[in-house]
Design a protein around this ligand. Structure first.
Ligand code: B12
Ligand code: SF4
Length: 501
C-alpha cells in the first residue's frame, strides 16, 4: 500500500517558488510502518497517473483555486482502485463536493496533523469512514515537516508555520473562520529545529507561512488595559511575549538568513516589534493594503488599515526598519471608481514598497463576502457550462468569468483590463529598475531583483484570474524557462554542522 500525497495544479513550472508545506507535514504524520510516502507537487510536474495502483492511498490537498484539478486526480485514482482522501481548506468547507465530484472515500476537515494516521489505519483495515474531523490543533502539537523528503533544487523558498489563526475578520478572507481567531502559536524550540534543518540543507530563504505574524497590536493592549477584568490583557501579553521570544531565537540564525512573512500594517506603529523583526532576519512581509481609501477599507471590515498619507507613512515605516513590503491590493470593491487604478498605483509607487500584487475581488467560500454574494444571487443563479455561478471554481478554466461581484459603476471587463494594466505598469522595466536601484547596491543584485520581479509577475499576475488563457500559456512557458536561473539566486550553501549562535 503506497501512500501518495498530491498537491494539484493546472499549471506546472518545473521549479516552485514556495514549498507546499502541507505535503511535508502530512508526510511527517504518516507512520513509518507505511513506508516513505510519494509526494507529488503539480506546480513542478504533472502527476503520472500510472504510478497509482489498486489498494494505494491517495491524499489530495485542495484550496478553492485547485479544487477542480484535485477532483480530476481523485476520480482517476478511485478508478484505479486506490483509497481517495481529501483535505485542505476547500475540502473543509465543502466535504460533500469532494465526495460527489472527486471520488472521495474520506474527507478530513480541519488540521490533518494527528488524524491522518487514523485515516491510514482505516484504509489499511478497509474500514474507512466518510468524514474525519481534524479540528484545530494547538500550536504545541503542530507537526514539524519532513524536509528530508524535499526534491533537490526544486524550490526557491521553504515554508515554516509559526502560528495559525487571525484575530481580525476581513470580509474577503476565510482564514479567521477556518483557522479561528485565537492565535495558536508554536513554541520557539520546534520552529528553530525545523529552521536549522532547512539551513543545514542549504535553504537560506524561508517563508514564515503564518496567517498574521502580528496577532496582538498595541491598540489591542490599550483596549484590554481599559477593562476592569485584566485577564484578557494578561493573555494578550503572553501571546506578545511569545512572539518576541521566537524572534530572539530567529536572531541567532546566521546573518544571511532571509525570512518573509504576512503581517497587518498595524505593526508599523510598533517600533519595538519592527526592530525585533529586523534582528530576526525578517526582511520581507506581505501587507494586505487592499484599498487606498477609507470607504474601501470600511466595506471590507479592514478599518484598522490606514488610508491616504498615513498609509504611505506606515508602509515606509517597514522599509525604514529594513523590512521590504509586498503590498497586496484589491480592485473591484464597491467604492472603487475608474480613477482608483491610477490612485492605487501612485500609492504603491510612493510608499517605497518593493513588490506588489493586484487582485480582483473574488468571493472565496467561507468568507462573509461569499455568503452575501451567494444570497444576493437567490435560489436560481446564472449557470455557465451547466455550473451555477455560486460554484465558480467548478466552471472549466476557459469559461470561468473574471469578475463575479457586480460593480455599481464599472463593467467586469473594465475592472479586468485595468487590473492587468496596473500589473503591467508596476512591473514595467523602468519601474522595476527604479525599485532595484533603491533596494540593491550592486549591479548584480539589481539584475537579480529585476529577474525576480519579472518572474513573480509572470507566475502570479499572468496565470491569475485576470488573465486570458493565451496569456496564461505564454506566461507559463516563460516562467518555466526563467525559473531555473532564478532559483539559483536563492540557493544557499548547505551548512551540515550548523548550530545556533
Ligand atoms: C503561505 C500561503 C501562500 C503562499 C505559499 C503557497 C504555498 N506554495 O504554500 C503564497 C503567497 C504563494 C500564496 C498564494 C496564494 N494564496 Co495562499 N496561503 C498561504 C497560507 C498563509 C499558509 C499556507 C500554509 O502553508 N499552511 C500550512 C499548512 C500545513 O496548512 P494547510 O495547508 O492548511 O494544511 C493543513 C490542513 O489544511 C490539512 N490538509 C491540507 N491538505 C491536506 C490533504 C489531506 C489528504 C489531508 C488529510 C489533510 C490536509 O492538514 C494540514 C496540516 O494540518 C494560507 C492560509 C492558511 N491558513 O492555510 C493561505 C491560503 C491558502 N491562500 C489563499 C489564497 C486565496 C491564495 C491566492 C489565490 C492569493 C492570490 N489572490 O493570489 C494565491 C494562490 C496561489 C496558488 N496558485 O496556489 C487562501 C485560500 C482560500 C481558499 N478558499 O482557497 C488562504 C486560505 C488564505 C486566505 N486569505 O484565505 N499563499
Ligand atoms: S486578511 Fe489577513 S488580517 Fe484579515 S482576517 Fe485574513 S489573515 Fe487576518
Amino acid at each position: 500500500m503506497t501512500i501518495h500525497l498530491v498537491n494539484p495544479s493546472h499549471v506546472s513550472f518545473g521549479i516552485g517558488v514556495i514549498t507546499p508545506r502541507w505535503l511535508y507535514v502530512l508526510a511527517s504524520a504518516t507512520p513509518t510502518s507505511y513506508g516513505v510516502p510519494v509526494l507529488v507537487d503539480e506546480t513542478l510536474e504533472t502527476l503520472d497517473a500510472a504510478t497509482i495502483l489498486a489498494g494505494d492511498v491517495v491524499g489530495i490537498g485542495i484550496h478553492t483555486g485547485n479544487a477542480l484539478r484535485g477532483y480530476e486526480i481523485g476520480t482517476a485514482a478511485r478508478r484505479a482502485g486506490a483509497w481517495v482522501v481529501y483535505g485542505g481548506i476547500h475540502a473543509t468547507l465543502y466535504p460533500d463536493e469532494a465526495r460527489n465530484l472527486g471520488g472521495a472515500h474520506a474527507v478530513v476537515t480541519g488540521d490533518g496533523d494527528h488524524v491522518w494516521a487514523e485515516v491510514l489505519r482505516d484504509c489499511a483495515g478497509g474500514t474507512v469512514r466518510p468524514h474525519y474531523a481534524g479540528g484545530q490543533v494547538e500550536g504545541a502539537d503542530f507537526l514539524p515537516a519532513r524536509w528530508d523528503l524535499l526534491p533537490e533544487g526544486k524550490y526557491m523558498w521553504a515554508s515554516v508555520q509559526t502560528l495559525r489563526g487571525c484575530p481580525k475578520h476581513c470580509s474577503f478572507c476565510s482564514v479567521w473562520r477556518t483557522d479561528g481567531q485565537r492565535p495558536r502559536q508554536r513554541g520557539p524550540k520546534t520552529v528553530i529545529e525545523e529552521l536549522l534543518d532547512l539551513r543545514r540543507r542549504g535553504f537560506r530563504f524561508i517563508a514564515l507561512a503564518d496567517d498574521n505574524f502580528y496577532p496582538v497590536t498595541l491598540e489591542d493592549l490599550r483596549m484590554a488595559a481599559r477593562r476592569e477584568d485584566k485577564s484578557h490583557l494578561r493573555q494578550l501579553e503572553v501571546i506578545r511575549a511569545e512572539r518576541f521570544a521566537l524572534m530572539e531565537q530567529l536572531a541567532r540564525l546566521p546573518d544571511d538568513t532571509v525570512f518573509f512573512t504576512q503581517i497587518t500594517m498595524e505593526a508599523a506603529e510598533d517600533q519595538e516589534f519592527l526592530r525585533a523583526m529586523k534582528k530576526a532576519h525578517i526582511k520581507g512581509a506581505l501587507v494586505g493594503v487592499e484599498s487606498v481609501t477609507e470607504e474601501g477599507l470600511k466595506s471590507i471590515y479592514k478599518n484598522f488599515n490606514e488610508s491616504g498619507e498615513n498609509l504611505v507613512q506606515r508602509l515606509q515605516a517597514f522599509r525604514d526598519q529594513g523590512v521590504h513590503v509586498l503590498g497586496s491590493f484589491i480592485f473591484g470593491l464597491p467604492g472603487d471608481r475608474p480613477d482608483s487604478f491610477d490612485a492605487t498605483l501612485r500609492v504603491a509607487e510612493q510608499s517605497g514598497i518593493t513588490f506588489a500584487q493586484f487582485v480582483m475581488l473574488t468571493p472565496f467560500p467561507g468568507t462573509l463576502d461569499f455568503a452575501a454574494w451567494e444570497k444576493s444571487l437567490g435560489d436560481n443563479p446564472e449557470h455557465i457550462g451547466g455550473i451555477p455561478l455560486t460554484r465558480h471554481w467548478l466552471i472549466p478554466q476557459t469559461l470561468r468569468p473574471k469578475v463575479y461581484i457586480d460593480h455599481p459603476v464599472m463593467s467586469a471587463e473594465q475592472i479586468r483590463s485595468q487590473t492587468q494594466d496596473v500589473w503591467d505598469r508596476f512591473y514595467s522595466l523602468p519601474s522595476i529598475w527604479t525599485r532595484a536601484t533603491a533596494s540593491c547596491v550592486s549591479f548584480k543584485a539589481r539584475f537579480a531583483f529585476l529577474l525576480i520581479s519579472k518572474l513573480y509577475r509572470q507566475m502570479y499576475a499572468n496565470t491569475g484570474i485576470a488573465t486570458d488563457s493565451a496569456r496564461v500559456n505564454r506566461s507559463a512557458r516563460w516562467a518555466r524557462w526563467m525559473a531555473r536561473p532564478c532559483r539559483r539566486l536563492f540557493a544557499g550553501r548547505p551548512m551540515p554542522d550548523l548550530q545556533l549562535r
